[in-house]
Design a protein around this ligand. Structure first.
Ligand code: CO8
Length: 260
C-alpha cells in the first residue's frame, strides 16, 4: 500500500497506519484525508488484518489539526465541503468493521483530537496533549469535535475545552475519559501493538458485533438497544467462531478462530 502522506505496515494481524507529514506536525490536508479514506477502504478488504493502529510520524505530534495554511483561503461553500470530507472519513474510521486504536504520540489538536476520538480506543504517550483550539482561529471544531467530545467526556467538560481552547495533558485526558491509558512515550507503539495483538487473537466477528452494539446502542434508547444487542448475540450463533470458541473452552484448549 503506497501513499504520499501515509505509511502502512502490516504484521501479525495488525496494520499500523502512520500519518507522515512531520514538518507540518502531521496536519490534515485534503490529500491526507483522501489517503486515509483509501487506506481504510483497502484494509477493510484485507482478511489478514484484524486490528488497526493509527499514529503520527515523529515524536512531537499525533496530528496538530486540520491544515491551517490550506484552510485559510476557503470560502463558506468550500469550508463546508472540507468539513463534510472530514466527517465522511472519520465516520468511515468509526464504523470500520475492525477495532482502531489511536496511539497518540504528542499533540492531538483540533482535527487531530477529532480523529483520535473517531478511533475506538486512545492510548496516550506521556507527552500527548489534547485540545480543540479552533476558537483561537475564529472557527469551531468541524470534523465532529462538538459531537464526539461531548459524548466521550460529557457536555460540561466538552464545552469548557471547546470554549477556552485549552489543551489538556495525557494524565488529565485519562482522568476525564478522553484517553484509555497513559504510557511512556518510548513504549507507546509496543503497548498499542500488544493490545492490538490481544484483540486480534479473539473471535473477529464477535469483536466486530461488539463494536457495532456499543456504537449503535449508545445512540438508541435502552429498550431498542437491548433488542439490537440480542439480535447480534443471536447472530454469533450462526458463526463457526462461536462453535469453535465454546468447544475449545470445554476441551480446555486455545480457540482457533477463522472469522467465519
Ligand atoms: N496546520 C498547518 N501547519 C501546522 C499546523 C496546522 N494545524 N500545526 C503546526 N503546523 C506547522 C507550523 O506552521 C510549523 O511549520 P513551519 O515550520 O513551516 O513554520 C510546523 O508545523 C511546526 O509547528 P510550530 O513551529 O508551531 O511548533 P511548536 O512546537 O512551536 O508548536 C503547536 C506546536 C502548539 C502544535 C503549534 O504548531 C500549533 O498551535 N499548531 C496549530 C494547532 C491548531 O490550532 N490546530 C487546530 C487547527 S483547526 C482544525 O483542526 C479544525 C478542524 C475542523 C476543520 C473543519 C473544516 C472547515
Amino acid at each position: 500500500m503506497n501513499f504520499n502522506n501515509l505509511l502502512v505496515e502490516i504484521a501479525d494481524g495488525v496494520a499500523v497506519v502512520t500519518i507522515n507529514r512531520p514538518a507540518a506536525l502531521n496536519a490534515l490536508n485534503k490529500d491526507v484525508l483522501e489517503e486515509l479514506a483509501a487506506a481504510f477502504a483497502e484494509l477493510e478488504s484485507k482478511g489478514e488484518v484484524a486490528c488497526v493502529i493509527l499514529t503520527g510520524s515523529g515524536s512531537k505530534a499525533f496530528v496538530a489539526g486540520a491544515d491551517i495554511a490550506e484552510m485559510q483561503a476557503l470560502d463558506a461553500v468550500s469550508a463546508e465541503h472540507f468539513a463534510k470530507l472530514g466527517h465522511a472519513v472519520f465516520n468511515a474510521i468509526e464504523k470500520f468493521p475492525k477495532p482502531v486504536i489511536a496511539a497518540v504520540n504528542g499533540f492531538a489538536l483540533g482535527g487531530g483530537c477529532e480523529l483520535a476520538m473517531a478511533c475506538d480506543i486512545r492510548i496516550a504517550a506521556e507527552n500527548a496533549r489534547f485540545g480543540q483550539p479552533e476558537v483561537n482561529l475564529g472557527v469551531i471544531p468541524g470534523f465532529g469535535g462538538t459531537l464526539r467530545l461531548a459524548r466521550l467526556v460529557g457536555k460540561g467538560r466538552a464545552k469548557e475545552l471547546i470554549f477556552t481552547g485549552d489543551m489538556v495533558d495525557a494524565q488529565e485526558a485519562y482522568r476525564i475519559g478522553l484517553a484509555n491509558k497513559v504510557v511512556a512515550a518510548e513504549e507507546l507503539l509496543d503497548k498499542a501493538r500488544k493490545m492490538a495483538t490481544k484483540i486480534a487473537s479473539k473471535g473477529p466477528l464477535a469483536v466486530r458485533f461488539a463494536k457495532e452494539s456499543v456504537d449503535n446502542g449508545l445512540e438508541m434508547d435502552l429498550d431498542r438497544a437491548g433488542r439490537f444487542e440480542a439480535g447480534l448475540f443471536g447472530l454469533c450463533f450462526a458463526t463457526a467462531d462461536q462453535k469453535e470458541g465454546m468447544q475449545a473452552f470445554l476441551e480446555k484448549r486455545p480457540a482457533k478462530f477463522t472469522g467465519k
